[in-house]
Design a protein around this ligand. Structure first.
Ligand code: SAH
Ligand code: SF4
Ligand code: F3S
Length: 472
């Protein structure tokens, strides 16, 4: 048994990052067994689940989307806010119930919650029916943990800075768009955030490995890649090889894959050369997710974000100036400890200035082990909720405005699939990452087509297929 340790997880040393190769020589002993995989959290977790799915398939499992049918449940968890925890423990209740009826059911928990001391203690003490707990650093050990399944709960979580794995195979969700990890971990240690503890040190994959992966995806017919990292702009700084994110972006663009995206950008490491590269290549999409978190300099400082309101706005403006039609989205936290009404008004002011295409907004949630969780807070939950509502109202109005500006325009849309709710429609994303629903067009799935925008809503657009400017 290896238990997580937040103090260890916080350490950063000069220890060399090792490149490890994932081996796939394990037996197919779970033939005729079914797994149920539930993913919480961000794109990294979504992509990690594609890795998990591959291991399970190689072991012989097939997937089911019906919990009750499964022989193995894997929960890939997120620890970013308390409600993420609550969701997982709520769901575990259902699994426990099912295990009473199916005593051979296996339950495995992975992801960021597994990296938290307090959570693993709780699982040990209160949820003995959970069979396996694995962490974000040893996803590739899941087959081993399943093959060696013990009578007792098996907890294998490592609080280490982490290595870089190569040769990972994925069972990808889509045949059109693909996630590509370019770096792991985070060294920013924003004072509210648990990610540097759950994901370890900031460590980049080598440029050649990333390009090889993109080339292969392109050859396999993929139209779009999204480069993934907690702070993609810091890419390469740990490698000391003289290249950085702008060089990587340029090389990825030159593979000729039709669409290149990336998340998440941190304002602190965003250089003007990076903006120039994004502007230069047509296949780098004009869409940037640029988390603001707060508009108040005092709060930004307490958050450890390393930029001021003025610096954020100036970066925002230079992106808008250099990249035609760029859309910019953001993340905002309200109710950080001791946030005053004036602080909050500064945030609203930045929203008024930037008029974001859309924004994810959150009430601050204290995370055990982070510095911010120790700050005594004098903002009541009512105040926090009221601020969130005011913020959402403003943010949604600007989202609608941004969408309305597109009505009547013809925009390139990558068609991804059938609309789940209305099978007579397909859906896709514009270059600027706006969701569009289109009547008909099933034959167009996998293609980038010009779509005329007919109607705008706050969170999506309706469009129609056009041929040389005329609807068909
Ligand atoms: N690496 C990205 C963000 C990853 S987490 C970045 O630095 O921008 C996604 C978002 O969750 C963050 O941008 C932040 O807005 C929010 N978040 C993180 N920790 C939080 C906490 N303790 N409480 C509330 N929101 C939080
Ligand atoms: Fe968390 Fe900050 Fe790292 Fe983003 S940059 S993952 S908010 S610590
Ligand atoms: Fe959640 Fe971990 Fe992502 S905490 S947001 S799944 S990095």
């Amino acid at each position: 048994m290896n238990l997580p340790d937040l103090k260890e997880a916080k350490k950063r040393t000069d220890k060399e990052v090792l490149e490890k190769k994932v081996e796939y020589n394990f037996p197919k002993i779970f033939l005729n067994k079914k797994y149920f995989l539930r993913t919480y959290g961000c794109q990294m977790n979504v992509h990690d689940s594609e890795e998990i799915r591959k291991y399970l398939e190689i072991l012989g499992f097939t997937e089911t989307v019906v919990l009750e049918e499964s022989d193995l449940v894997v929960l890939n968890t997120c620890a970013i806010r308390e409600n993420a925890h609550d969701k997982v423990f709520g769901y575990l209740g259902r699994c426990k119930h099912l295990k009473r009826e199916k005593p051979n059911l296996l339950i495995a928990i992975g992801g960021c919650m597994s990296q938290e001391e307090s959570v693993v203690e709780e699982i040990k003490n209160k949820h003995p029916y959970v069979d396996i707990v694995f962490g974000t650093h040893n996803i590739s050990e899941l087959p081993k943990l399943l093959l060696e399944k013990k009578e007792k709960q098996n907890i294998e979580v490592y609080s280490i800075e982490g290595d870089v794995y190569e040769g990972i195979k994925y069972s990808r969700d889509s045949k059109i768009t693909a996630w590509v990890n370019i770096m792991y971990g985070c060294d920013k240690f924003c004072t509210y955030c648990i990610v540097p503890y759950t994901r370890g040190k900031e460590r980049s994959r080598k440029l050649e490995s990333i390009i090889a992966e993109v080339e292969e995806l392109k050859q396999n017919g993929y139209k779009e890649v999204t480069l993934l990292g907690q702070n993609v702009n810091a890419y390469g700084s740990d490698l000391h090889k003289g290249y950085d994110f702008k060089d990587l972006l340029e090389k990825v663009a030159l593979t000729g894959i039709e669409r290149v995206r990336f998340v998440t950008s941190h304002p602190w490491n965003f250089t003007s050369e990076m903006i120039d590269v994004i502007a230069k290549y047509d296949n780098i999409m004009p869409y940037i997710h640029l988390p603001l978190q707060s508009g108040s300099d005092g709060i930004l400082k307490l958050m450890g974000r390393r930029y001021t309101k003025k610096e954020y706005i100036s970066l925002f403006r230079s992106i808008k100036e250099k990249i035609p039609n760029v859309s910019i989205t953001t993340d905002i936290i309200v109710g950080f400890p001791n946030e005053t009404e004036e602080d909050f008004l500064e945030t609203l002011n930045v929203v008024d200035i930037c008029k974001f295409d859309s924004a994810f907004t959150f009430i601050y949630s204290p995370r055990v082990g982070t510095p911010a969780s120790l700050i005594k807070d004098n903002v009541t939950m009512e105040e926090k909720e009221e601020r969130l509502q005011r913020l959402n109202k403003l943010v949604n109005a600007y989202s609608l405005e941004a969408n309305q500006r597109l009505v009547g325009n013809v925009v390139p849309v990558l068609i991804l699939g059938e609309n789940e709710k209305d099978k007579t429609c397909v859906y896709g994303y514009t270059d600027t990452m706006k969701l569009v629903n289109i009547e008909g067009g099933k034959d167009l799935i996998g293609n980038i087509v010009p779509i005329k925008i007919k109607e705008a809503k706050s969170f999506s657009l309706d469009g129609e297929i056009v041929k040389e400017g005329v609807p068909i």
